[in-house]
Write a protein of this length. Structure first.
Length: 197
């Protein structure tokens, strides 16, 4: 079926979907079928919530304090399932939860998902990827087209209001140094952490 749960570094990552509204030019899934100890992150079918729970329970999680939603797809494509799994991780497994996201979850789900998200995640890492919409669409090829970047910025702003740890990131080598610097300024203005991957 493909790996539902994989270890990468000191953390476990959950791979719940291969669906994504973007086709980012830097996406690692274009280069390799696997990361960490995963056999393959390409899923024959999306795992059920129970299958994800079983995968989590089958691992020795004592050496990690955080479980991350991040695989070869955008986790908020399965928002309701993400909420249920995240609650299980926090309440039953007593682990912190991080979401790595492209920040387009509100467009994907047709609603503001941040209030519900804030109830189940401890931190969020959001791919900023560009200094403005033109550059963003060139880099990410978002299927939502114009308006995607504004939705992303709004998502970051809303996360900052109610989630303790918010980081935005760019991928080095795909935008200019000047654009990277401008992204760092955007993060600073929004009072969120900034990371170059």
């Amino acid at each position: 079926m493909g790996s539902i749960l994989y270890r990468y570094g000191s953390r476990y990552y959950i791979n719940i979907t291969n669906r994504c509204p973007c086709r980012c030019i830097f996406c690692v899934r274009n280069e390799t079928p696997t990361l960490g100890d995963a056999d393959t992150l390409w899923l024959d079918k999306e795992p059920t919530v129970d299958e994800v729970k079983e995968a989590l329970l089958s691992k020795d999680l004592s050496t990690t304090d955080e479980i991350v939603f991040c695989g070869y797809g955008e986790p908020t494509e399965r928002f309701e399932d993400l909420l249920e799994i995240a609650k299980f991780i926090r309440n039953d497994l007593h682990k912190r939860v991080r979401l790595d996201t492209n920040g387009l979850g509100n467009l994907i789900n047709g609603k503001d998902i941040v209030p519900e998200l804030a109830q189940v995640v401890d931190s969020v890492s959001i791919s900023l990827n560009a200094k403005d919409e033109d550059e963003y669409l060139e880099v990410t090829k978002s299927k939502f087209g114009p308006g995607s970047y504004d939705a992303l910025i709004k998502f970051i702003e809303e996360c900052r209001k109610c989630i303790n740890s918010v980081t935005v990131s760019v991928v080095s080598g795909y935008i200019s140094q000047a654009s990277e610097d401008e992204c760092a300024k955007i993060a600073d203005r929004m009072n969120v952490a900034f990371r170059v991957r």
